[in-house]
Design a protein around this ligand. Structure first.
Ligand code: ADP
Ligand code: MG
Length: 269
């Protein structure tokens, strides 16, 4: 499709558009023929067995990994484009495992989210302050804002990291396995928070989780990925793949790497 540049209009199209994406890592085909389009306000759950390319897909969207074939557009810009600065939030499991010896309060951590190369010199302290307050409130950490991040529970730390993303005013938030290591209550309240961010604040969320039960409670739309996308549709239509996916997720762990810590991929509760 040839496009003529249409003066700076805010694009009404999808936030994320991926066409025919193929990714190799170290010479191995990891993602093939990925086509995906995500609209504003959607809460999309991305599931699939271990090693199926979920993290790879997120890293490609962030622009960290380059594609061999195909195209990724976020708001009509390429990943890593300067226009996207601050618009994309990234929350990884590792983000919640901040080193214990780093002493930083929740407020300071969230404040870091308001700093970027573009606004460093002209955003007033007042504006920054307000953004930080708003983000902390959105994740419900008001009572903890002056506590060291290292002293928070896993769920609270995950919230703090989400608040940092919110303070950048990120509109599109990518989360990679944010529920790992959380107990059921923390998990449920985090899912509720994410759902509210979509409904009340117009955020768009793409979340990877192997916890099918949890993600299906919340996501509006599910994607099953295994090298390529084999299901993409409303949560209610998610097929019996659930059982299949679980089995496939577990099998390589036992047969190949005996990593029991990863063996909690299951659908049963
Ligand atoms: N840095 C890397 N170099 C080469 N291959 C990698 C690298 N990281 C992951 N892979 C491979 O890419 C495939 C997909 O990995 P990943 O995207 O991490 O899967 P998932 O997040 O779904 O568990 C796996 O086969 C994995 O071995
Ligand atoms: Mg992964």
């Amino acid at each position: 499709m040839k496009t003529v540049s249409l003066d700076k209009k805010i694009p009404e199209g999808p936030i994320l558009k991926i066409d025919d994406l193929t990714i190799f890592r170290s010479g191995k085909l990891v993602l093939k023929d990925i086509n995906l389009s995500i609209n504003k306000g959607e809460f999309v759950g991305l599931v699939g067995p271990n090693g199926s390319g979920k993290s790879t897909l997120l890293l490609s969207i962030l622009g960290v990994l380059k594609s061999q074939k195909g195209n990724i557009k976020i708001y009509d810009s390429s990943p890593m484009s300067r226009k996207l600065h601050g618009k994309i939030g990234w929350v990884s499991q590792a983000a919640a495992n901040l080193p214990r010896d780093v002493r930083i309060t929740v407020r300071e951590l969230v404040h870091l989210g308001t700093l970027n190369a573009k606004n460093l010199f002209f955003l007033s302290n007042d504006t920054r302050h307000q953004k930080v307050n708003k983000a902390i409130k959105m994740v419900g950490l008001q009572d903890y804002e002056n506590i060291d991040v290292a002293r928070l529970s896993g769920g609270q730390r995950q919230r703090a990291v989400i608040a940092r993303a919110l303070a950048t005013e990120a509109e599109f938030i990518l989360l990679d396995e944010p529920l790992v290591g959380m107990d059921r209550d923390a998990r449920n309240s985090l899912l509720k928070l994410l759902d509210q961010l979509c409904h009340d604040s117009g955020k768009t969320i793409l979340m990877v989780s192997h916890d099918l039960t949890a993600i299906r409670q919340t996501a509006h739309r599910m994607i099953f990925l295994e090298e390529t996308i084999s299901f993409d549709g409303p949560n209610e239509d998610f097929p019996e793949l659930e059982r299949l996916a679980d089995l496939r997720g577990i099998r390589p762990v036992h047969e190949e790497d005996h990593n029991h810590s990863k063996s909690h991929i299951k659908g049963e509760e």
